[in-house]
Ligand binder design. Structure first.
Ligand code: NAD
Length: 529
């Protein structure tokens, strides 16, 4: 494709699973992926391995992966360092073409990647589709943004000089994604880094290693040169070894507050031989609240809260885990919300149940522990228990606990599961105070029919992604650049116009033009990133 023919960015359309033909395509993809389960990925002789399993059926092995050691991490960083010498000089057009080819390959195999997500992390069809669609969006969006950044320069020319501002790569960096958007976030951070000329050591979550291995295979098929993306697999130990490596120049991390802050601290310590202040791009957890004002449309608020709290079992950083309801409508809202949540069906994501399992035994225990705590901090309205199935998936009934105090642990700590706390607010001022009173600041929403209240929320509700009269999940690349305030991260705004600059350093060049040919100005076009 000629880059001059590139059309403006548009979001990938969602698939319509009410169409039987679409569902049939998904079922065929699931059958195809099932025939490929249990394969071994990137294991060298003598290497220890670990298994990725289906959270809905833990005896089903999705993939077998080599467990990278600290020595493997060192090798990966050295390879990335060597490759960065040539990749950083590769014309931006070539790097952009790589992203566009990869996006097209994903589009061609859309349901195939959805099926891997359904089986590896338990996404129902719509959630898997959203993850794959967002992945395509990131590639398409960053491809265009890279061209934009390449054409950027300083707006001011000093008399007698030719002034340039170029955005150049940082060098080799680490990409450490979470398990919950294992395709979109993993691929988004990786491709943002490489399209700007950096090389990467990619360490996916051990709960979602297969989908990452598939993505790296795809990049290679699309023409990725060796050494530009170096996959290592494993958990915290190998992650730490990458973060601490003196040649790593940036760490793009999405995950929990605890791990993100640890990475930030480790990255701050200058290691022997290090010649760069490591940059951290951190997108962390949330305790996202929705305010339901006294004059809100209750039905619409109930729907938005239920979708935000229980879509993908609340396992989204943007998930609503606190709903703050004004006193006059508190009981009426609870009655409708309880009925709505109690009707949610749990079962295997491969059969397209709305609520699947949580990701692993540790998450299962954590959420059940919070439910037990919640029953001491509030009143259980629905759910409150594990659900066993014949495959022993990690299911938990969607749970709502009311009358939670704003300072209770359930109102302050990220649970990351199907558990919603309801908090009573005296009035709108009280609701805003409660909404802002956590250490997080990722997403938030308000349901209100008052223009004054909506305007006040726009100015005073302190979150990175605020939604008025709609749910607080489902950010779209381009329209809703994503990232949080406070301890929810460095507000990097993935999928936004400023994101790629985080992966570059700006170099200012001033040339005196009195002796050089003035035509030099016109000759210098398309300076690479
Ligand atoms: P996590 O923090 O446990 O793990 C994230 C990644 O860090 C994984 O790859 C993990 O193996 C790695 N890791 C763990 N310990 C490490 C260490 N000490 N050093 C280096 N790497 C280490 O998070 P998770 O359970 O995978 O994901 C859920 C969390 O991610 C939630 O808190 C959620 O809110 C957050 N999240 C945030 C966003 C966002 O955009 N803000 C998006 C998705 C998820």
């Amino acid at each position: 494709m000629k880059l001059t023919d590139l059309k403006p960015f548009t979001n990938e359309p969602f698939k319509d699973f009410t169409d039987p033909a679409t569902t049939q395509s998904m079922l065929q993809a699931l059958a195809e992926v099932r025939s490929q389960l249990g394969r071994t990925y990137n294991v060298y002789e003598g290497q220890n391995t670990f298994l990725s399993t289906n959270p809905a059926n833990p005896s089903e092995v999705i993939g077998i992966h080599g467990a990278s050691t600290e020595a493997d991490a060192q090798t990966a960083v050295s390879t990335a360092q060597t490759a960065s010498l040539t990749w950083s000089k590769t014309p931006v057009a070539n790097r952009v073409q790589l992203l566009l080819r990869t996006a097209q390959l994903i589009r061609d195999r859309h349901f195939y990647f959805c099926a891997w997500l359904t089986l590896e992390v338990g996404k129902n069809y719509a959630e898997a589709d959203a993850d794959v669609g967002e992945c395509i969006d990131f590639l398409e969006f960053y491809a265009r943004q890279a061209l934009h950044l390449d054409a950027a320069t300083t707006p001011i020319q000093f008399p007698g000089e030719r002034n340039l501002l170029r955005y150049v790569p940082l060098g080799p960096g680490a990409v450490i994604p979470p398990w919950n958007f294992p395709f979109a976030i993993m691929a988004g951070m990786t491709t943002a880094a490489i399209v700007t000329g950096n090389t990467v050591v990619l360490k996916p979550s051990p709960d979602a290693p297969t989908i990452a291995a598939k993505f790296v295979e795809l990049l290679t098929e699309a023409g990725l040169p060796p050494g530009v993306v170096n996959l290592v697999q494993g958990g915290p130990e190998v992650g730490r070894a990458i973060v601490e490596h003196p040649q790593i120049r940036f760490i793009a991390f999405t995950g929990s507050k605890k791990v993100g802050l640890e990475i930030h601290e480790r990255a701050a310590k200058v290691q022997p031989g290090q010649r760069f202040i490591k940059r951290t791009i951190l997108e962390l957890g949330g305790k996202d609240g929705i305010i339901v004002a006294a004059d809100a449309d209750i039905d619409s608020a109930v729907e938005g809260v239920a979708a935000s709290a229980f879509g993908f079992n609340g396992q989204k950083c943007s998930a609503c885990s606190r709903v703050i309801v004004e006193e006059p409508i508190y009981e009426a809202f609870l009655t409708k919300l309880t009925a709505r949540v109690a009707a949610i069906q749990s079962g295997p994501p491969a059969d397209n149940f709305y609520a699947g399992p949580v990701i692993n035994p540790a998450a299962h225990k954590r959420v059940l522990d919070y439910i037990a705590l919640g029953q001491t901090e509030g009143r259980l309205l629905t759910g409150g228990k594990a659900i066993d199935t014949k495959e022993h998936g990690y299911y938990i009934a969607p749970t709502v606990i009311a009358d939670v105090a704003p300072t209770a642990r359930l109102a302050q700590e990220e649970v990351f599961g199907p558990l919603l706390a309801v908090i009573r607010a005296k009035d709108f001022d009280d609701a805003l105070t409660i909404a802002n009173d956590t250490e997080y600041g990722l997403t938030g929403a308000i349901y209100s029919n008052s223009r004054t209240q909506l305007d006040r929320a726009r100015n005073e509700f302190h979150v990175g992604n605020l939604y008025l009269n709609r749910k607080c999940t489902g950010a779209m690349v381009g329209a809703h650049p994503f990232g949080g305030f406070n301890l929810s991260g460095t507000d990097s705004k993935a999928g936004g116009p400023d994101y790629l600059t985080l992966f570059t350093q700006a170099k200012s060049v001033a040339e005196k033009i009195s002796v050089a040919s003035p035509q030099a100005e016109e000759q210098e076009q398309g300076l690479g990133l």
